[in-house]
Design a protein around this ligand. Structure first.
Ligand SMILES: [Zn+2]
Ligand SMILES: [Zn+2]
Ligand SMILES: [Zn+2]
Length: 430
């Protein structure tokens, strides 16, 4: 008997989908809610922010997980999860200890390191690859623009920097190709509130083509992907999932698909644009906006969204230049401080309070040396640190920083300034 995990060949088949390359087709009827197939992760990685909430190996969410005794950063259900995860965790365990706060490879780098190990461990086709194997992934290398190539280069640099101890790395071209494949075929695992839990490779799931009116949805149980019908599917029909957030109107979806997956969608939704008008609904009370105002506002909105999306990449740019400068400059160097300040700003913008705090703590002492004794820059840095610490319930550290800020501000703003009164209140309050 076949494992329940495996796709059934008599129910599903790989085929050449017109204009789309290979795809997946149903060989029998499926009803809404039917589990069509499941796919265990080829390899996976828990996102850094969820450490302690989920088991590093099986992604179970529970209280009282046990810590890795060496790095104290990975958490597990029990010895069995920890032991099974060791071939992957050992890539990071010692490295995290060595680099401390400077250990910051992107999730793509972490996932790709695991793929390289998995490729060595697994010489046969894995249960994750029954419909499509990792080697068959498309890289779309010829479609990459300079920005994407640079990102891959920086990922490769980070891979060498943080993982060098454990690898005979493949040559550069092989790595570029692998990263490009991961970018097009990797999955992010999310919880029931769509919070990001981690990244994974599900080769068989990656066989499905995209449609903006998909007939299946992929969900996750632990580190296993499950594919269920959300429409009636007849034998002979292609099975489509959606690669993107379907909230947005056609033009936005098409841009996103082209940018990330290099194709133009020709689904019914894209052809008819049936929902676009509702998705871009214009307010009906007061003065009716004119067509060119609507056009301008769509443009503005899309830019605003894009700007926010890029905030993530900004941090990578900061970190990359910090890495580079670190080869020559000390942490107290003003050029390094400038980049750390930018990185802290991005963290604040993204509400990554711990990240912002880490940068701020590195900045504030050299700042105090470089600036004159009474400086708004130094005061504001102490103030940011103080408020971050208070917000994170580190009250004694928070108070210390707030008092440093106050000492400067009582001089530069005057003792009667409302800012000063506010800080005093914060000091008394908590
Ligand atoms: Zn576990
Ligand atoms: Zn460890
Ligand atoms: Zn479409």
């Amino acid at each position: 008997m076949r494992s329940a995990l495996r796709p059934m060949p008599e129910e599903l088949e790989r085929f050449l989908s017109e204009g789309k390359g290979r795809g997946l087709r149903a060989r029998r009827n499926f009803h809404v809610g039917d589990l069509i197939f499941t796919c265990p992760a080829y390899t996976h990685v828990l996102t850094v922010n969820e450490r302690g909430n989920h088991c590093e190996y099986c992604f179970a969410r529970k209280e009282g997980l046990a810590k890795c005794g060496r790095c104290k950063l990975a958490f597990y259900c029990n010895i069995s999860c920890q032991k099974t995860d060791w071939p992957m965790h050992k890539l990071e365990c010692a490295s995290m200890c060595k680099f401390g706060q400077n250990w910051n490879p992107s999730e793509t780098v972490r996932l790709t390191a695991r793929i390289l190990v998995q490729q060595k461990l697994q010489t046969e086709i894995t249960p994750s690859e029954e419909l499509l194997s990792l080697n068959e992934f498309e890289s779309n290398l010829d479609q990459l623009d300079n920005e994407k190539r640079e990102l891959i280069e920086s990922d490769i640099a980070a891979l060498h920097h943080f993982y060098s101890k454990h690898f005979d790395f493949p040559d550069r071209d092989t790595l570029v190709q692998l990263f490009a494949k991961v970018n097009c075929n990797g999955f992010t695992i999310e919880d029931e509130e769509l919070s990001h839990l981690g990244s994974a490779i599900f080769p068989s799931v990656a066989l499905m083509n995209h449609s903006c009116c998909p007939n299946v949805i992929v969900t996750y149980k632990g580190t296993c992907a499950e594919v269920r019908a959300v429409k009636e599917i007849n034998a002979g029909e292609e099975i489509f999932t959606s690669y993107i957030d379907l909230l947005y109107p056609t033009e936005d979806r098409q841009d996103r698909l082209k940018d990330s997956y290099f194709f133009i969608c020709d689904c019914r939704e894209c052809a008819t644009k049936a929902k676009d008008e509702e998705k871009l609904e214009i307010r009906k009370h007061g003065e009716i906006p004119k067509p060119h105002d609507i056009k301008d506002m769509i443009k503005y909105s899309r830019n605003a969204i894009e700007e926010f999306r890029r905030a993530n990449e900004l941090l990578e740019v900061c970190e990359l230049s910090l890495d580079k400068m670190g080869a020559v400059f000390d942490d107290n160097n003003v050029y390094v401080l400038h980049m750390m300040y930018q990185a802290m700003g991005v963290c604040l913008y993204m509400q990554d309070w711990e990240g912002a705090l880490r940068y701020g703590q590195k900045i504030v002492r050299p700042y105090s040396k470089h600036y004159p004794p009474y400086s708004l820059n130094v005061a504001s840095m102490w103030l940011k640190l103080g408020r971050l610490d208070m917000g994170l319930e580190n009250h004694s550290a928070g108070r210390r920083s707030l008092r440093k800020a106050l000492a400067i501000m009582e001089v530069v703003h005057g003792k009667e300034h409302p800012y000063v009164a506010e800080i005093k209140k914060e000091l008394e309050g908590k």
